[in-house]
Write a protein that binds this ligand. Sequence first.
Ligand code: PMP
Length: 350
Amino acid sequence: MKKPDFSKLVRKNVRELEPYHAEDIRCAVKLDANESPYSFNLEKNALERISSTALSRYPDPEAKGLKKAIARKFGLDTDAMVLGNGSDELIYYLIMTFGGPVLYPVPTFSMYGIIAQALGESHKGIPLDKDFDLDLDRMAAYIKKFRPGLIFLSSPNNPTGNCFSTDRILKIIEMASGIVVLDEAYQPFSSKRGFLSLLKDYKHLAILRTLSKIGLAALRVGYLVADDALLNEVNKVRLPYNLNALSQAVAERALKGSFLHDVTSAIVSGREQLYEALSLLPGVRPYPSEANFILIKVRDAEAVHKKLLGQGVLVRNMNSAVRGALRVTVGTPDENDKFMRALKKAVGGK
Ligand code: PMP
C-alpha cells in the first residue's frame, strides 16, 4: 500500500512545528536541563509497598492525597488546584481552555509558543528590555490592540534567571482582559516573595508551579493554583487520570520530610558560589539569577559549548535566544567545580 503524504494530511499549524528536541547526550556532568542534582531516594521496599496497592486500578482521578500534601508543604491556604503531568501539561490545558492570542515576553520558556502553535492559536513574543525586564509599553500596546486570551509570565524567567519587576507584573495583571499565568517554576530558589497572595485580589490570575526543579523531575508533577471558577474551566479539558499512581504516591512521600527544603537551600548556596566564581573568570559574564541556573555570556557560545562537551560537560546552548549565551544549571559542588575547570579551559582557547 502506498504511504500517505503526511505533510498534506497534517493540520497546517502542526506542519510548521518541529518535534521538541530534548538533548539526550550522556555526559559525566549534566547541567543543561534545570534539574536538581540531588535525587530523592525512596526508602527500601517502598516501591513494592506502593505497587501492592493494585496497579490494575486507575489512580485517584483527583489525586486528593497529593493535593493536600502540596498545600501543606508550600503553605497554601487551599488544596483547590489542578495537577498536571508536569506543568507543561497545564500550559497545554490553559491554552486549550482559554485560547489565544497567547502573549509572552521573549526570550522565555519555549513551550508557551510551541503549545499555542500546536493548538492553532496565534501567539506573540515581545522582546524583554535591555535589563531582561518586561517592555511594558510594547506589551500594553499589544494587549490593547489584540486582547490576548492568555499572558504567560515566567518569573524568575527561563533562561535569563531574573524576576521581572513587581510593579510591571502588577500593571500587566491590571490591564489584562484575559487570563494572566505567572509561571513560578523557579520561585523556590528566589529571594522574592512570589504572587500566591495576590490570587484573592485578582480572579483572572493563575499561578503555575512544579516539583520538577526541586528534585522530582522524573515524576512529572505540576500544579496550578487559581480561583475555583477558573480551575473548574481548566478541569473540563483535563484527561481523567492524568497523574499516574506511582507519581502520586512517591511525590506524597517526598513532600513529607525536609528533603525538598534541603535541596532548595543547597542549590541556592551552590548558585551563589558558582556566580562568584563565574564573575572572577575573564571572558565570561554571568547574569544574576533567582533560579537554579545561571545565564552566562561568552565570546563564542557555539565554540565554548562544543569545548565543554568535549570535556564531558553538558550545558544548554542559548545562542539563538540570547546571542553569545549559555545556560548552566547549578549542580553539586563537585559538578560546579568540574564545570568551572572545563569552562576555564574552553574560554582560554584550549
Ligand atoms: N515553566 C518553566 C518556566 C520551565 O522552565 C519549565 C521546565 N523547563 C516548565 C515550566 C516545565 O516544567 P515541568 O513540565 O517539568 O513541570
